[in-house]
Design a protein around this ligand. Structure first.
Ligand code: UDP
Ligand code: MG
Length: 336
């Protein structure tokens, strides 16, 4: 297929000057061993150290290295997105630049891709060289996301993964601003599988994900893939209504048996307060349901993703199906 490379490797770079040379060398050795063509797309996410000049000189020496240089720091997920947008390969690999994800694992990802999987994610078996706090927060984070989101996001996977071009093309249509890429790739569908690996310590430098950024990231994940926080308002409202009714009954009974003065005026206030709060929460819940639907619409995610079609003429498909990308249409009938 023309001069598109077979594989694209995308690495986001934010102040990683000490990692760039070893990262390049290890990726080069691994990718050369596949015997196929490849490109390395480094996205410089507004680094303030020497990362950019280092990347540019690599790009001069080796034409397979390409650099996207952001005007400022836009964040990890956006940097990865730019790499995905520019990647030309039949399969695109996302990898962190700090060598926590060993490039050698890419070979395992490729092997699974060759078996026919469209998404192969790398699952962390253990994490080396990270503080207990990072491990703990990451552990809680993944388990929470796993529980409350609508889609099936595998436990303990980061962005280290391989995606087929078909998946990449759907991702390119998902232009939502608060991005949680591992959720988005899972949302797309197709055949997905995991490969286990040991996550190493950072080769050089410090994490660019302090607690504040982690919390924001978790919020993006939850709001991007779950209406749980909006749903819960409805539950709280129900509980309050139940308590109001219960309190009403109990107080009435007590007053009937113990005399009308029992509990004084307080009791009526409590019951009314519970009832009113319940009403208010209920209407907040209703409002939330509308907001959720607006949110669904403004994100402009594709309504559906077609893996293959059977029995259509090529010409019919070209006219009538706006959503699936052109390239997927040409594979009609492949799977049946
Ligand atoms: N990164 C980025 N922009 C940012 C923060 C991080 O491009 O604003 C890159 C960073 O250079 C690295 C990857 O994202 O390649 C993962 O970051 P990091 O290793 O600091 O995260 P951790 O592994 O600690 O979760
Ligand atoms: Mg890291």
């Amino acid at each position: 297929m023309s001069n598109r490379p077979r594989f694209s490797v995308v690495a986001p770079i934010y102040n990683e000057e000490g990692n760039i040379q070893p990262l390049y060398e290890r990726i080069r050795d691994v990718m050369d061993s596949t015997g196929e063509s490849w490109e390395l797309i480094a996205v410089n996410d507004g680094s303030r150290d020497n990362s950019l000049p280092l990347l540019l000189s690599l790009a001069q020496q080796d034409k397979r290295v390409k650099v996207i240089n952001f005007a400022r720091n836009f964040g990890h997920q956006v940097a990865v997105t730019a790499g995905i947008d520019f990647a030309q390969g039949d399969a695109v690999v996302l990898i962190d630049a700090d060598l926590q994800d060993p490039p050698e694992v890419i070979l395992d990802l490729i092997a699974k891709w060759r078996e026919g999987y469209e998404v192969v994610y790398a699952v962390r078996e253990e994490r080396q060289g990270e503080t207990w706090f990072k491990k703990f927060t990451a552990g809680v984070f993944y388990r929470l996301i796993y529980r409350i989101t609508d889609i099936d996001i595998p436990l303990d996977t980061g962005d280290f993964r391989l995606m087929d071009r078909k998946v990449v093309q759907v991702l390119r249509q998902m232009r939502e601003h608060n991005r949680f890429i591992r959720g988005m790739t899972s949302w797309v569908g197709f055949r997905q599988t995991g490969v286990r690996y040991v996550r190493h310590a950072r080769y050089w430098g410090e994490t660019k994900y302090p607690l504040g950024k982690m919390i924001r990231f978790a919020l993006d994940a939850i709001t991007g893939f779950s209406y749980f926080p909006l749903q819960i308002i409805g539950h709280v409202s129900l509980v309050m209504a139940f308590l109001a009714i219960l309190a009403g009954i109990v107080i009435s009974l007590l007053r009937l048996t113990q005399g009308p003065e029992f509990f004084g005026g307080q009791a009526t206030t409590i019951v009314l307060l519970l009832l009113l709060s319940s009403f208010q929460l209920f209407f907040l819940y209703v409002l939330g349901q509308y907001v959720a639907r607006i949110y669904d619409d403004v994100r402009h995610r594709p309504l559906y993703v077609v893996a293959s079609t059977t029995g259509f003429d090529e010409s019919e498909l070209a006219i009538d199906s706006p959503t699936p990308p052109i390239e997927m249409q040409s594979q009609s009938g492949e799977m049946s």
